[in-house]
Design a protein. Structure first.
Length: 570
């Protein structure tokens, strides 16, 4: 017996009387275990007319929903997963509109989505695209238009993705039945065709829903629709048995793996050897018995077997990895089989950590340092583009593979903008990493922004060239932030040019608003001298080099005392 949902789909979209089709739509039925654990999804989006990048906005809504929803942990509920995905997506759209177009309507779109999971349909909606339910010959609009009428002739969207920093998403759930038909339309369709006509056309073309969708669009066009026209029809032809509660409970109770040893097999992965172990987790080299692929398999320490906070953070780490795509970030892989234990797999990166590389190369050239720092920055950009902050960048969380590619390998302390934490905030869990690389703002009561990653990158560059840290042992408290001062890198390594040292000093400035605003400016100043760094420094010594200032004062004081004592003797 087939235990998964089965759908019949019909779709049609055209630009109509407009030059560009700004609508987007789609249905995604994942393969394998995801169809059971996450269900399937259908969505429609309509880029707002007058928006600077309306087509890009609507495509981003549909594609990002599909990509990110199916990358969320299997133990998360549909509502938790989708609300977090849409919250982050809305903030990204809003930010893009502001940064690229300087406008609140830069990237704006409606979005109506339906997640089919087990016997429940989960509806998420914002804007004036629509979802109808046709059941037993009766049609019902199951979304509510977010429109504000200002006159008999004029109305506008009162809510949409990307308009504001935060968005209110309508949600409802309904019990699914075999034979249910869901009709997704944009306003270019439903404003120009009566609901009864849609029912008639679907009945006439029951065997070919593509034709039904095309006929609905054609009739709306003939009725003088002046907008883009999109119709998507989804019919449920088979339903999974009603065992969702049992399934979710099983996921939440997923057991920890047994203690793993070389030669053991876990869900088709043969353990080769242990790669790394800490008080929180273990990482093993494993071989996929089906493909022969070597992977890294990460498990959570049994010390946290009864700690739901750390279990959820571990699941979130896997989710973060699946959302990132960069040659300079470790790839988290989708298991080829269902999981019976709590773990996740990633690409196996053969090569030393940056920490080991630094020990093996204590005197690197400026060019070697530039090349490594640039690759780390590219990896960090992948986090920042997804509105994430790594927060725990350090040499032991960076690996250099055999081809020389530098990759960030740990996501355990990553902060995601706009999302409520699954459990206790990371800042309270002492997961922000080693004091040596932690930005001072954490000790001043300020949450981390992308500037904390820039700070850590600057510290790493400084350490690669000097073997030391820019602020002695780093910031361990608020008082240490106020007390410690920057030590010029040239004091440890005379070969470092003044202009290069100044770039490092700016990157690790104690005040985050005085650091580089973007990585590209830092990288540029590491490549060639910034004119402002090569000008004659006319600042008082106390401001330009406070450490040297006090050393000179101490020396002068010592000389004065010596002369005074010598005078007394004579």
């Amino acid at each position: 017996m087939n235990t998964d949902i089965e759908l019949k789909i019909g779709q049609h979209s055209q630009s109509g009387r407009k030059e560009e089709n700004q609508d987007s739509y789609g249905v995604l039925l994942p393969e394998g275990n995801l169809l059971t654990t996450k269900g399937c999804a259908a969505a429609i989006a309509d880029g707002m007319s007058g928006s600077d990048a309306s087509k890009e906005a609507s495509e981003s809504c549909v594609k990002t929903l599909f990509t990110d929803y199916f990358a969320t942990p299997e133990s998360w509920s549909v509502t938790t997963s989708v609300s977090k995905v849409l919250s982050a997506l809305n903030r990204w759209l809003h930010g893009q509109g502001q940064s690229r177009f300087g406008s609140e309507k830069g990237m704006v779109s409606t979005l109506s989505a339906l997640i089919f999971k087990s016997n429940t349909g989960h509806v998420f909606h914002v804007g004036d695209s629509r979802i109808y339910l046709l059941r037993d010959g009766v049609i019902e609009q199951i979304t509510r238009d977010h429109r504000l009428r200002v006159s008999a002739e004029k109305e506008y969207l009162s809510r949409a993705m990307g308009i504001e920093l935060n968005v209110d998403i309508d949600y409802k759930s309904l019990t699914l039945e075999k034979g249910d038909i869901f009709i997704f339309t944009t306003d270019g369709v439903h404003d120009f065709i009566p609901e009864r006509h849609m029912i008639e056309l679907i009945k006439q073309h029951q065997d070919n829903l593509d034709h039904a969708a095309q006929e609905i669009v054609s009739q709306a066009y003939e009725n003088d629709s002046d907008d883009n026209l999109t119709c998507q029809i989804v019919e449920i032809t088979n339903l999974a048995p009603d065992d969702e509660a049992t399934h979710i409970r099983r996921l939440q109770e997923l057991p920890f793996p047994p203690e793993l040893e070389p030669g053991m097999i876990l869900d088709g992965y043969e353990i080769q050897r242990e790669l790394h172990a800490s008080k929180r987790s273990q990482v093993y080299l494993a071989k996929d018995q089906d493909t022969g692929l070597l992977v890294a398999l990460k498990t959570l320490s049994v010390n946290y077997e009864d700690d739901p906070t750390f279990i959820n953070l571990f699941l979130r780490e896997e989710w973060i990895g699946k959302r990132l795509s960069s040659p300079h970030v470790m790839k988290v892989l989708e298991p080829s089989r269902g999981k019976n234990f709590l773990y996740y797999i990633s690409e196996f990166i053969e090569g030393p950590t940056l920490g080991q590389w630094m020990r093996d190369n204590p005197n690197p050239s400026l060019d070697e340092v530039r090349k490594i720092i640039k690759q780390i920055a590219l990896g960090l950009r992948a986090f920042h583009r997804k509105e994430m902050v790594h927060q725990d960048l350090k040499p032991d969380n960076i690996v250099i593979d055999r081809s020389g590619t530098v990759k960030i390998i740990d996501f355990g302390s990553t902060r995601i903008y706009g999302l409520e934490e699954v459990s206790t905030p990371i800042e309270q869990l002492d997961l922000l990493g080693t004091v040596d690389y932690t930005a001072p703002e954490y000790h001043l009561g300020t949450k981390g922004t992308s500037q904390v990653d820039l700070y850590s990158l600057g510290v790493i560059a400084y350490e690669m060239l000097t073997g030391k840290l820019p602020y002695d042992k780093g910031f361990s408290s608020k008082s240490a932030v106020h007390k410690l001062v920057y030590t010029p890198a040239s004091e440890h390594n005379e070969a470092i040019p003044v202009w290069f040292d100044k770039a490092l000093e700016r990157a690790v400035h104690k005040e985050r608003n005085k650091r580089y605003p973007v990585f590209s400016e830092f990288l540029k100043d590491l490549e060639k001298p910034n004119p402002s760094f090569t000008k004659e420094d006319n600042q008082p010594m106390m401001a330009s080099n406070p450490k040297l200032f006090w050393q000179v004062i101490a020396l002068v004081s010592l000389l004065v005392n010596f002369i005074f004592i010598a005078g007394l003797i004579h």
